[in-house]
Structures are given as C-alpha cells and as structure tokens.
Design a protein around this ligand. Structure first.
Ligand code: ZN
Length: 203
C-alpha cells in the first residue's frame, strides 16, 4: 500500500518540573490511539511528544532537588520517556526543548516572524500562576482561579506575537471550515476570544 496522505499530531509537551500523572497519561494514550487508527487507514502519521524544559517552575524544582538545571531536566525527560515506553505508547519523535534542533527551529520561526513585522517588544504586568504557567485574571494577592494556589505579580519585558494581524483571516477561515477546530465548544471559545494572549503595551 502506498502511504501518501500525511497526518500530523502532537501531545502537549509536558513540563519537567514533576513526574507524569494520570492526566498526562490520558492525553498520550488518546494520541497513541489516533496514531494507530490513522495508520490503519493508510495515513503517513507523525506523532510528536516531548518535554518542555524551560520555565521558572522547572528552575525552582531543580533548585529544590539540589542539582543543576541541565542535569535535572535530563533526568526528568528520561523518566517521562521511560513511562511511555513501559505503557507501549509509540511516538515518532520525542522532542526536548533544550535540544539544539528545537532551538534552531524556534530561532528560524522567530526570525521569520520578526522580519515580517509580526514581533514587537512590549511589557506586561499581571498576576501569574507559576503552576499553570499562565497569566490569570485576578487581583494581586488573590489565588489562581484554576488551581487555587497563590499567584505572583509579574512584570516582564518581552517580545509579543502580533496575532491581531491574522484575526480577520483566521475568523474567515473558521467560518468557511467549521470542522477545523473540534469540538464545537472549543471552536466557539477561539472565535469569541481571537486574541487570548495578554495584551501588551507597546513601548
Ligand atoms: Zn494555577
């Protein structure tokens, strides 16, 4: 049989601040099942999974464990990979965000976006949940509405992606391709909030 139709899917890339739990395992099992099913249908499938080894909570976990960050994330990545192997879950690529191939690809994409005017410097202040790695809409001192843990006031100078430049094109595309984002509830969320990233003030 000739494999011509391509199908790509990915699990989330998992944070290496802790070990896998049943929620991560569920996501990976679902992706593995889709991969097997699509293969049976004759698709040329690539499933990627991997570990996100950057972020303040990863750094703090390494400090807590008393070992250098690079050593800590290597140990954690090996644990994650070993669990998927043990459960017979088959990814085609296991990507660590500290790998040179990952850094090169990010640099290529960032450069391309920047050269085309889609990256701009700005700063943002908000309440940040380090456990969820997300800004949350609460006042200083209030806990995270997702997990109930304390939030921190974070001000950062950063580079932002100009998602607004694609707003109309994307909304038009979702309208013409109503099945593109599934399930419907998630599509409605995306359509209702096309710009979910924190709004940055331009300098
Ligand atoms: Zn939280």
């Amino acid at each position: 049989m000739q494999l011509t139709k391509k199908y790509y899917l990915t699990t989330p890339i998992y944070y290496t601040n802790g070990l896998p739990h049943i929620g991560h395992t569920y996501s990976t099992i679902v992706c593995d099942a889709i991969r097997r099913y699509k293969r049976m249908l004759g698709y040329d499938v690539i499933l990627t999974t991997g570990t996100d080894e950057h972020g303040i909570n990863v750094e703090r976990s390494a400090q807590k464990a008393g070992i250098p960050e690079s050593e800590f994330v290597a140990k954690m990545a090996a644990e994650w990979k070993a669990l998927w192997d043990e459960l017979g879950l088959q990814g085609d690529e296991f990507i660590r965000t500290t790998e040179v191939r990952h850094a090169r690809t990010v640099q290529w994409l960032f450069k391309l976006c920047r050269e085309n005017g889609y990256i701009y410097p700005g700063h943002y202040t908000g309440q940040y949940c380090i456990y969820d790695n997300a800004y949350v809409d609460v006042k200083p001192g209030e806990p995270c509405p997702e997990c109930g843990r304390p939030t921190e006031t974070v001000t950062e100078d950063n580079y932002f992606f100009k998602l607004s430049a694609f707003q109309n094109v994307l909304l038009d595309f979702y309208k013409k391709n109503p099945d593109f984002i599934q399930p419907e509830a998630r599509r409605n969320e995306v359509v209702a909030q096309p710009d979910v990233a924190p709004a940055a003030e331009s300098k």
